[in-house]
Write a protein that binds this ligand. Structure first.
Ligand SMILES: [Fe+2]
Length: 183
């Protein structure tokens, strides 16, 4: 599967622009993480890019979300490892995270939301001037973007990254595509 094919499939299945941006943000962090860890950048990137492809098709129903997604990406030609990561990123299914890719997608997913929220409260609403230390501060403020699961983000330790490094890597990666993210 090429990135182009993945994007075409997203276009066909996802209307919500914010959801597309969330998937692009997840992709770019997954790519940075793969480079940092010496893993396959394309495999990790495409997994991030496609992970919520079924969100609208399942109408956000957590009982089916990511099961359909795993089937869809398999049809697109994703490997078993990629499909498994997508399947178990939805905790509802109770499928244990097994591979490094499973664990990476799981902690990256909510990090995008924290970073976007931290950018949106800035006067310019831009990512460019946002510093990692203020995202870290926001992480500790429980009432800030309360829907963002801090524990899930902190599971970056499972792939060998300290929280500070993880947040910084995610922020820098997202700043690199700020224009596409509209931030
Ligand atoms: Fe997601």
């Amino acid at each position: 599967m090429t990135r182009k094919e993945a994007l075409n499939s997203i276009k066909a299945n996802v209307e919500n622009e914010n959801l597309v941006k969330h998937m692009l943000a997840t992709e770019v962090i997954m790519r940075a993480l793969a480079r940092r860890l010496g893993e396959g950048e394309e495999e990790w990137g495409l997994t991030g890019l496609l992970h919520d492809i079924d969100m609208e098709l399942t109408e956000g129903n957590m009982a089916t979300h990511s099961k359909l997604g795993a089937d869809l990406v398999t049809e697109l030609g994703a490997s078993e490892v990629m499909a498994h990561a997508i399947l178990c990123h939805n905790e509802t299914h109770g499928i244990p995270l097994k591979t490094k890719l499973d664990k990476a997608l799981f902690c990256v997913d909510p990090l995008t939301g924290l970073i976007i929220a931290a950018a949106l409260v800035r006067p310019d609403k831009k990512l460019a001037g946002l510093e990692a230390k203020s995202v870290k501060k926001r992480f500790k403020e429980k009432s800030f973007a309360a829907g963002v699961d801090r524990q899930q983000i902190a599971q970056c330790s499972e792939i060998g990254l300290e929280l500070g490094e993880f947040i910084e890597l995610g922020l820098v990666a997202m700043q690199g595509i700020a224009k596409e993210l509209g931030l």
